[in-house]
Design a protein around this ligand. Structure first.
Ligand code: NAD
Length: 351
């Protein structure tokens, strides 16, 4: 498996180094043929190449079997008019399904009770102005004092995220919750619900329910354990998934995969965390769990069981490391980012 690795900004290089450490140990144990190619995006690329994402990185990404993208300081780039690496790859590789699991772990306080759920978030349109137009940006300054932001919802995008969600639910607890704001965004979210319900007919064993997004936040805080797969549009999924990651223990546990028909990219759910960057204290498990999702995706696609087994071993290793307290301070541990990666690598690699 040829992986293109782009560490990104802030805590990106630290959590990427720890993740590569874990991947190397996992590859050795499961005899995975893993080839790592590193390149740069974000601030480092802006300084070196004058852009946060070089156009040739798209060809490199297409030539690879998968990407690992660290977080980018996207808020800074807005000021310079530069490219958001995350949006660049999601849009250009058509990574329409953002899969964001969140679960509680033995050894960590389950603030809201035990749960194990997955957000299936549409990733290529919605309110995300930097990806929902063929050309230009969907956030418009009409006058100095008036801004119009356009939200794009297409039947195709609704149908394919719905299918991804139901397929996932069929392998899990067989329950999909459709989250929307159709009471206000009646046409767009009406279409989203319609496509989800239509898709649900192909999965008679999967129970479906629906919730308006504001109420959904309350329902999640009340009892996250009653949910399995939550399917929703882009911005709602982005917001809900930070909350579910934090409810599981920390945003630093928020693993995430961006997947399309052909390509996939592992990318933690959180941002570049400038408040803790360079301190060697960030939790690397978010990116480690994202990388595990990527290995699992590759294993299923290629029919290579060793990759699926490796992914399961990483997930189990993270759970065991948490139970043993080999963790960073955001979830109550004392280890640095680097030490956490080394401990997990040793645990999985059996050294
Ligand atoms: P953030 O997700 O970076 O951080 C929010 C909080 O969570 C901070 O307190 C941070 O320290 C903590 N946190 C995040 N990841 C952690 C980890 N692995 N371990 C421990 N604690 C962790 O959100 P922000 O501060 O609002 O955004 C910072 C920058 O990241 C902005 O420029 C934003 O645009 C960008 N961003 C990028 C992505 C991406 O690249 N996918 C996603 C979200 C935000």
């Amino acid at each position: 498996m040829h992986l293109l690795v782009l560490p990104g900004d802030g805590i990106g290089p630290e959590i990427t180094a720890a993740t590569l450490n874990v991947l190397t140990a996992t590859a050795a144990r499961f005899r995975l043929d893993l080839e790592i190619e590193k390149d740069i995006v974000g601030h480092e690329s802006l300084l070196k190449h004058g852009t946060t994402v070089r156009p040739d990185l798209l060809d490199k990404a297409k030539a690879a079997d998968g990407l690992i993208l660290g977080p980018a300081a996207t808020f800074d780039f807005k000021a310079t008019g530069n490219i958001n690496p995350s949006a660049f790859f999601r849009k250009n590789l058509d990574l329409f399904a953002n899969i964001r699991p969140a679960r509680t772990y033995p050894g960590l306080p389950a603030k809201l009770g035990q749960f194990d759920l997955v957000i299936a978030r549409e990733n290529t349109e919605g309110f995300y102005a930097d990806r929902n137009m063929v050309a230009g940006n969907a956030e418009l300054l009409v006058t100095e004092d008036v801004v119009v932001s356009l939200r794009r919802i297409t039947r195709k995008a609704c149908a394919r995220i719905a299918r991804a969600a139901f397929e996932l639910a069929a392998t899990r607890k067989k329950h999909v919750t459709i989250v929307h704001k159709a009471n206000v965004l009646g046409i767009g979210d009406g279409m989203f619900i319609e496509e989800c319900r239509k898709c649900g007919k192909d999965f008679p064993d999967v129970t479906i329910d629906e919730a308006i997004v504001d109420a959904m936040m309350a329902l999640l805080v009340r009892n996250p354990g009653r949910f399995d797969v939550i399917v929703t549009t882009n911005m709602f999924g982005d917001i809900i998934s930070d909350m579910t990651a934090e409810a599981s223990g920390s945003l630093g546990l928020g693993g995430s995969l961006n997947a399309g028909e052909v390509y996939a990219m592992a990318q933690a759910a959180h941002g570049s965390a400038p408040d803790i960057a360079g301190k060697d204290i960030a939790n690397p498990f978010s990116l480690v769990l994202s990388a595990s999702l990527l290995l699992g995706w590759y294993g299923r696609r290629k029919g290579k069981a060793a990759f699926s087994e490796a992914a399961a071993a990483i997930d189990a290793g993270v759970a065991a490391a948490i139970a043993a307290g080999e963790i960073t301070r955001d979830i109550g541990g004392r280890l640095s980012t680097k030490q956490t990666g080394e401990a997990l690598a040793a645990r999985i690699g059996g050294t």
